[in-house]
Design a protein around this ligand. Structure first.
Ligand SMILES: C[S@@+](CC[C@H](N)C(=O)[O-])C[C@H]1O[C@@H](n2cnc3c(N)ncnc32)[C@H](O)[C@@H]1O
Length: 423
């Protein structure tokens, strides 16, 4: 068995498990990796699996044109992966077709059918590369939840959702950014995009803890905050793996980092050690956080559908099942309610989600404000006044769709500041 065959079989198993066992990409990946799997092989598995999910709708449309029979689930997955490799990743089609056919024999599928489909597709790959996805082809749950988007926003999403993410770094200080050893496209005095993508662990200043990876969109709200607010008592209600809190800690301010998940806290601790930050960490369900201590500033970066990060989490569209919106919306609402009780008068809650769906963003803010009359939306530009003109901020709320900044891909994200008045 050659390496390409083995790796493509792993990709097939991962893609099958994500779709049918409803597990995450990371869980599926860990299930099939061995201690001996090389970094190069892991990179291959990552690229092919993630891009097969990103180009799922494109490949589905292509297969529909060429399929001469009802395609079985294993055949579909094998073909989607092979189409992605041939048409979109420009891999050598000879190896892709041969190894895909070999896997189809092992899985007792029809090798002749797989072979014929892929040969026809590879002949027309240059035309197929330009295939366009319509909004109507996206999952019905997504269309229902985005009825409020205008034509421009829909086009933006359709043009961007399947692209590979770029790597955006946030630095502990201006000094570390200016001494950074690689080329950066600067987005603020403490952040920028890596111009040439590479494994971050291979960059020396990563190991030295000078920076962490955090998308432009999710770093924007705290890049902007006034030092006076974070100089007081801060709580990050659901902090792991830590990006938002790192932004506060890097300004030499204190924040208590809480999260319910023990595994995510482990990752958080690893990140904190690398960055040499030593804050207080707590491991409570947000409902159990003691109300004896009140805070001036609370970050609620709530669990959500994560559809804003569809490029990093392409399984959202690839899975058959829609996200559990009832559960997510309830947790978001309850977290906001709990934060309102843990906040001092004149304090501020920063509500954020990596989603742009109305139900998880603007609706949550409106529901919260109608229930908590003591609160109002606070001006987003807490420190830098020209952020008022920032295209993503409207009515004091930041809403970004997966899109591009310059030529760099950025995530979809939502943020709003809620200020508590005095009763
Ligand atoms: C969007 S992530 C937070 C990301 C984090 N703020 C960052 O910047 O890296 C949401 C977090 O909420 C946590 N969470 C979910 N339910 C929770 C609960 N009931 N109480 C506390 N944390 C919870 C999850 O474990 C997860 O780490």
């Amino acid at each position: 068995m050659n390496t390409g065959y083995k790796l493509r079989l792993i990709v097939h198993n991962i893609l099958y498990d994500i779709q049918n066992l409803k597990i995450t990409f990371d869980t599926a990946l860990n299930k099939y990796l061995h201690k001996k799997t090389s970094k190069r092989d892991i990179a291959f598995i990552n690229t092919v699996s993630l891009n097969t999910m990103r180009y799922f709708f494109h490949s589905k449309k292509i297969l529909k044109k060429y399929a001469r029979k009802k395609t079985k689930i294993h055949e579909e997955i094998l073909l989607y992966s092979a189409i992605t490799q041939i048409v979109f990743l420009k891999f050598k089609e000879y190896a892709v077709i041969n190894e895909t056919v070999e896997i189809s024999k092992k899985l007792k599928l029809y090798p002749g059918y797989i072979n014929a489909c892929l040969r026809k597709i590879s002949k027309e790959k240059e035309i197929l590369k330009k295939i366009h996805i319509d909004y109507s082809e996206l999952p019905s749950w997504f269309k229902k939840k985005t009825e409020n988007l205008d034509k421009f926003q829909i086009k933006l999403f359709i043009d961007n959702f399947y692209k590979e993410p770029d790597i955006h770094l946030v630095f502990k200080s201006k000094k570390y950014l200016s001494s950074f050893e690689k080329d950066l496209f600067i987005t603020s005095e403490k952040s920028g995009f890596l111009v040439k993508k590479q494994r971050i662990e291979e960059i020396a200043s990563f190991k030295r803890g000078n920076w962490w990876v955090q998308d432009f969109s999710s770093s924007f709200p705290l890049n902007n905050i006034n030092n006076k607010i974070i100089a007081k008592k801060c709580l990050d209600m659901c902090a792991a793996p830590g990006g938002k809190s790192f932004q506060i800690l890097s300004r030499k301010k204190n924040v208590v980092l809480n999260d319910k998940s023990k595994t995510r806290i482990m990752t958080l601790k690893e990140n904190l050690t690398r960055l040499a930050f030593y804050p207080t960490i707590t491991n409570f369900d947000f409902k159990k956080i003691s109300k004896k201590n009140l805070y001036d500033f609370i970050i609620v970066d709530a669990p959500c559908s994560a559809v804003g990060t569809i490029r990093k989490n392409p399984e959202i569209f690839y899975r058959k099942k829609e996200p559990d919106f009832n559960g997510l919306v309830n947790v978001q609402r309850e977290m906001l309610d709990a934060a309102s009780e843990l906040l001092k008068d004149n304090g501020i809650i920063l509500y954020m989600v990596c989603s742009f769906l109305k139900i998880e963003t603007v609706d949550q803010i409106n529901i919260f404000l109608s229930k908590h009359k003591q609160f109002k939306l606070s001006n987003f530009s807490l420190e830098i006044s020209d952020y008022n003109n920032f295209q993503f901020i409207e009515n004091d709320q930041m809403l970004i769709l997966p899109s591009q900044l310059n030529k760099y891909n950025i995530d979809g994200y939502f943020a709003a500041y809620l200020k508590k008045g005095v009763k």
